[in-house]
Design a protein around this ligand. Structure first.
Ligand code: NAP
Length: 542
């Protein structure tokens, strides 16, 4: 790449060595770019390094939640379960790092603290938490959509005499849990996965719940050799289906339904007998059959009532069951959660539910958590309280673009990008799974491959045409943001009472905004490819 007179440490700095960063390094190095990856963790793996809490598991089928860029990799890697557990995915990513000799360009334990665009040379100056400074032409942000941990600011938290851990920062050498009094806060995917596992080992488990969750039995199972062989025999066709589908899915090994099963079925027209029959046949999943619940709040409430009925039938103590019944938000507002015996766990004698809506937290003291009803004495306090999602990992870095403008300030009212790839005012900064893309909705590995491929083509094009700068144009960015907003209209993600990490409602002071394109990955990539074919329409190339 033409570096002019300035000395560059790399053509491209990639921030993050999780799934996105590893593949970006591979793909960009293959194109002949000099790449350096900076990673905060002491190991590669990103999400799958940090989230090593008991029960951590992916809820997308392994045979699809994997890369398709190399048929040999696909054939040689053996998944053991339908939904892989964290250690297996971490091993897979480490295997990729070794197999493609990626480690030589990755600097571990090197978090990025600041990035400053130097408009006089069209380069980025990247400062690390370890005091290093690097200069590169481009930065590719592979910082993840769910990687900036969020922890409530409870009064007295720092006085707690026991151990405080976060599911998303789980220590590598584990946490002593056996026989101890463990408390856990949070009932999203992380909490729901951890709770049954913690209950198995703790002396006593106290679950602090603010909002009851909708969770669906995961039906995880070992993968048989035969079904794995069958998928491997037609992987090209299945990957093609993933790349061309709205959510990068191919339903290889049984459908995972994150939406409602039958768009044409109307719960509003169902009879009580039909609903009862559905409960008998499908259990909790009965609530996800009727398609009118996807957009109609009255229909949705009927589906919610079916779910509540199933909770009441599963949980023995009526008061606990009532607390575990979601009451004030629709199915589809929050990310669906898959569980392994979550509700049954509350039938154990050594598990207590504290319903924070009825019994709020007052403070934390050395002995434990004080709620309105008294002190819950604890040895370990686990926070499964989620993330400053989608934009948080980017706004936590001091990213300064043209004229010193700070990305965090520019995004006070919500992130603004062109297709999630780039933001006006921040030249030569490209994002993978960025805000404004389909992002967290589509299966990550194939989605990452498509986005990284597009970015690699763009950087190739700049090199071939001897340009040193690419920037999103404001008008194109505004038009795209309007399109993202239009696609979200009427969706349950923005329903009244809906507060979630998708829409920023989980973080105090964060703008309510859905920076996720709901039009589907297929339409998104068609648009991205069309823009590329039109000479990167919407981007200024200089
Ligand atoms: P989350 O879905 O945001 O859930 C956080 C939980 O913490 C919620 O129950 C929330 O309650 C609670 N919470 C937050 N602040 C609180 C406070 N001050 N007091 C009491 N409770 C509080 O986070 P997550 O469970 O880590 O999951 C995030 C996403 O990561 C998932 O949706 C999924 O996309 C991904 N993930 C996937 C898997 C998987 O593949 N199976 C596993 C883990 C995570 P409110 O609802 O009241 O805010």
């Amino acid at each position: 790449m033409g570096n002019g007179d300035i000395e560059l440490d790399a053509d491209i700095v990639v921030v993050g060595a999780g799934m996105s960063g590893l593949y970006a390094l591979k793909a960009l190095r293959d194109r002949g770019f000099r790449v350096i990856v900076l990673e905060r963790a002491p190991e590669v793996g990103g999400t799958w390094y940090w989230n090593r809490y008991p029960g951590a598991r992916c809820d997308i089928p392994s045979l699809e939640y994997s890369f398709g860029f190399d048929p040999e990799l696909e054939q040689e890697w053996e998944w053991t379960e339908h939904f892989a557990a964290q250690p297996e995915i971490e091993r897979y990513l480490n295997h990729i790092a070794d197999r493609y000799d990626l480690r030589r360009d990755i600097r571990l334990s090197t978090g990025v603290s600041a990035m400053t665009f130097d408009a006089t040379t069209d380069t980025w100056v990247v400062d690390t938490e370890t005091g290093e400074r690097l200069r590169a032409r481009f930065c590719v942000m592979a910082t993840g959509g769910l990687s900036a941990p969020h922890r409530p600011d409870w009064p007295g938290l720092d006085t707690f005499a026991g151990e405080i851990v976060q599911t998303s920062l789980w220590p590598e050498d584990g946490v002593e849990l056996e026989g101890r009094r463990v408390g856990i806060v949070g009932n999203g995917s992380s909490g729901v996965q951890a709770i049954p596992e913690l209950a198995e080992v703790a002396g006593h488990l106290t679950v602090f719940q603010r909002t009851a969750a909708f969770t669906w039995p995961s039906q995880n199972r070992p993968l048989t050799e035969a079904e794995q062989a069958e998928v491997k025999s037609r992987y090209r066709e299945l990957r093609a289906a993933q790349y061309a589908s709205p959510l990068a899915t191919a339903h290889t090994t049984g459908a995972v339904i994150f939406t409602f099963a039958d768009p044409d079925k109307r719960i509003l027209e169902s009879t009580a007998d039909e609903r009862e029959a559905a409960l008998a046949e499908h259990g909790f999943s009965a609530a996800r059959i009727w398609g009118d619940a996807a957009k109609d709040l009255e229909a949705n409430e009927m589906a919610v009532e079916l779910f509540r009925e199933m909770v009441r039938r599963t949980v023995h103590d009526p008061e606990v069951a009532d607390s575990l019944c979601p009451k004030d938000y629709p199915i589809g507002c929050k990310r669906p959660v898959l569980d392994n015996g979550y509700f049954e766990t509350f039938n154990r004698d050594d598990v207590t539910l504290v319903d924070l809506r009825k019994d709020p937290v007052v403070e934390v003291v050395p002995a434990g958590v004080v709620t309105a009803s008294g002190t819950k004495e604890l040895d370990v306090l686990v926070f499964a309280t989620g993330f400053d999602a989608v934009s948080g990992a980017l706004t936590r870095i001091d990213i300064r673009g043209t004229d010193g403008r700070l990305l965090r300030d520019e995004w006070t009212d919500g992130p603004r990008t062109l297709m999630g790839f780039a933001a006006a005012g921040f030249p030569n900064l490209l994002m993978i799974i960025g805000p404004g893309s389909v992002g967290v909705l589509a299966t990550y590995p194939p989605h990452i491959e498509l986005q990284v491929g597009w970015i690699a083509d763009l950087l190739d094009h700049l090199r071939a045409t001897e340009r040193t700068c690419v920037e999103a144009e404001v008008e194109a960015q505004d038009a795209w943001c309007a399109e993202v907003e239009a696609a979200a209209a009427g969706s349950m993600f923005l329903a009244p009472n809906c507060s979630s990490w998708y829409n920023g409602g989980n973080i105090a002071g964060k703008a309510r905004n859905l920076p996720i394109y709901l039009g589907g990955l297929d339409r998104y990539m068609a648009r991205a490819n069309e823009m590329a074919a039109n000479g990167y329409e919407g981007f200024a190339l200089r």
